[in-house]
Design a protein around this ligand. Structure first.
Ligand code: SF4
Ligand code: SF4
Length: 152
C-alpha cells in the first residue's frame, strides 16, 4: 500500500512539470549550434583541390573534376562528388579543411533507409541538402587577405 502511494505521489508531482520529450518526428528536433549533420555541397564553390578527400579518415568521399569549359578560366570544375554515408562518421574534417566552404555541415541528420545503396549520396543530392546549413563554418576564422604587401 505504501509503495502504491509513493508511486502515485511521484506521478502527480511530475504531471505538473514541463515536458522533456518531443513529438518526433511530427515536431522537428532543434539541434545545437555546430551540430555535425549531413553535408551540403555547393559545386559552384568547389575548386577540385582534393583536400577533403585527403583528410577524410574513412575514405568515404570520391570526386572527379574536369577542365573548366570556359576557355578564359584556369583550373578545373567539379564533375562528380559522392559521399558514402555507410562509413562517413560526420567528423567535420572535410568541412574544416575545405578552403572555399564548398562542403559545409548542416543540422540535418535523418538518413534512415531500408537499403545500403541509398546511403551513397551524389553531387545532386548533396546540393539539394540545402536546409539548416551551418552559417559559421570555420571554428577559427580565416586570416584576412593581405593587400598591398610589399616584398622586403
Ligand atoms: S565528415 Fe569526416 S568521415 Fe565524413 S566525409 Fe567528412 S571527413 Fe569523411
Ligand atoms: S576541399 Fe572543398 S574545394 Fe577542395 S575538392 Fe573538397 S569540396 Fe572541393
Amino acid at each position: 500500500m505504501f509503495g502504491l502511494v509513493k508511486g502515485l505521489s511521484v506521478t502527480l508531482k511530475n504531471m505538473t512539470k514541463p515536458k522533456v520529450t518531443y513529438r518526433y518526428p511530427d515536431e522537428p528536433l532543434k539541434m545545437p549550434e555546430r551540430f555535425r549533420g549531413i553535408q551540403y555541397f555547393d559545386p559552384e564553390k568547389c575548386i577540385v583541390c582534393n583536400q577533403c578527400v585527403r583528410i577524410c579518415p574513412t575514405d568515404c568521399i570520391s570526386l572527379t573534376g574536369k577542365k573548366n569549359p570556359d576557355p578564359d578560366q584556369k583550373g578545373k570544375v567539379i564533375d562528380t562528388f559522392d559521399i558514402n554515408f555507410e562509413i562517413c562518421i560526420l567528423c567535420d574534417l572535410c568541412t574544416e579543411v575545405c578552403p572555399t566552404e564548398a562542403v559545409v555541415m548542416t543540422n540535418n541528420f535523418e538518413l534512415a533507409t531500408y537499403s545500403r545503396d541509398n546511403l551513397y549520396k551524389d553531387r545532386q543530392w548533396l546540393e539539394e541538402n540545402n536546409t539548416n546549413v551551418r552559417q559559421e563554418n570555420t571554428r577559427h576564422p580565416l586570416p584576412k587577405k593581405r593587400t598591398g604587401a610589399k616584398k622586403g
